[in-house]
Design a protein around this ligand. Structure first.
Ligand code: DC
Length: 212
C-alpha cells in the first residue's frame, strides 16, 4: 500500500520545504503541485497571449511535460500572479488532477508519496492517510517570499510583496473551484515562530503515529 502524505497551505507557509524534507527522510517521492500550475502559467506567458483563454490554457496542461520546463524560471512575481489567476479554471484543475492521481499510480511500488499544494487534502487526495495544513502569519510569509525573490531581483519592494501575497491569498482562498481551506481532518501547524527543524519534528511525530 502507498500512503499519501497530503500538505496544503498558503504561499510562503513553508509547506514546500517541509514536503521536501519529509520526502527525503522517508524516501517517498514528492510532487509539488504548484510546479504544475506554474509550468502552465510559464507556457502561457511565453506564448505572448495577454488575456488567457481557458481552452488554450487547458491545451498546455494536457501536453504538459515537466522534462521540458526550466524549473528555475518558475519562481518569479510574474509567474506567481499568472499561476494564481489561471488556477481558477476548472478544466485546468481537472486536467492537473489526472496528472496528480497518476503520480500516485506510477509510484504504487513505493510505501508512500508526499504531495503539497492548495487542494491536496480536500480535492485531490481527500482520503490521504495523513493531512497537514501548514500556515504562518502574513508578515512571516512575506519575509520568506521576499528573501526568495531577492535572489533573482535585487530591486524588489517589500511592501509590494506583502500586497501581492494578500491578493494571491484572496484569489486562492476565494475561488469557487477547489479553494484553499483547512480539511476537517488536517493537522494544522503555524510555522510563524518555529524553526524548520521544529516544524519538521512535529510533522515527523505525526507521521510516525500513522506508519508505525
Ligand atoms: O504553491 P505555489 O505558490 O507554487 O503555487 C502557485 C499557484 O498555483 C498558487 O497561487 C495557486 C496555484 N495552485 C493551486 O491552485 N492548487 C495547487 N494544488 C497548487 C497550486
Amino acid at each position: 500500500m502507498t500512503i499519501v502524505i497530503a500538505i496544503d497551505g498558503p504561499a510562503g507557509s513553508g509547506k514546500g520545504t517541509i514536503a521536501k524534507k519529509i520526502s527525503s527522510f522517508y524516501n517517498f517521492p514528492h510532487l509539488d503541485s504548484g510546479i504544475l500550475y506554474r509550468s502552465v502559467a510559464y507556457l502561457c506567458h511565453k506564448s505572448g497571449e495577454k488575456i488567457f483563454d481557458e481552452k488554450n490554457v487547458l491545451r498546455y496542461a494536457q501536453n504538459l511535460n515537466l522534462d521540458n520546463i526550466d524549473i528555475d524560471k518558475l519562481r518569479t512575481e510574474n509567474i506567481d500572479e499568472i499561476s494564481s489567476k489561471i488556477s481558477s479554471f476548472s478544466s485546468l484543475r481537472e486536467s492537473l488532477k489526472t496528472f496528480q492521481l497518476n503520480f500516485k499510480k506510477i509510484h504504487s511500488d513505493k510505501s508512500g508519496i508526499v504531495v503539497d499544494g492548495r487542494d491536496i487534502t480536500t480535492v485531490i487526495f481527500p482520503d490521504a492517510e495523513i493531512k497537514f495544513y501548514i500556515t504562518a502569519s502574513l508578515k512571516d510569509r512575506a519575509n520568506r517570499r521576499f528573501e526568495e525573490l531577492v535572489l533573482n531581483n535585487s530591486k524588489i519592494d517589500k511592501k509590494l510583496v506583502i500586497k501581492e501575497l494578500q491578493k494571491r491569498d484572496q484569489r486562492d482562498m476565494e475561488r469557487s473551484t477547489a479553494p484553499l481551506k483547512i480539511a476537517k481532518d488536517a493537522i494544522v501547524i503555524d510555522t510563524s515562530n518555529l524553526t524548520i527543524e521544529e516544524v519538521n519534528s512535529k510533522v515527523q511525530r505525526e507521521i510516525e503515529k500513522v506508519i508505525k
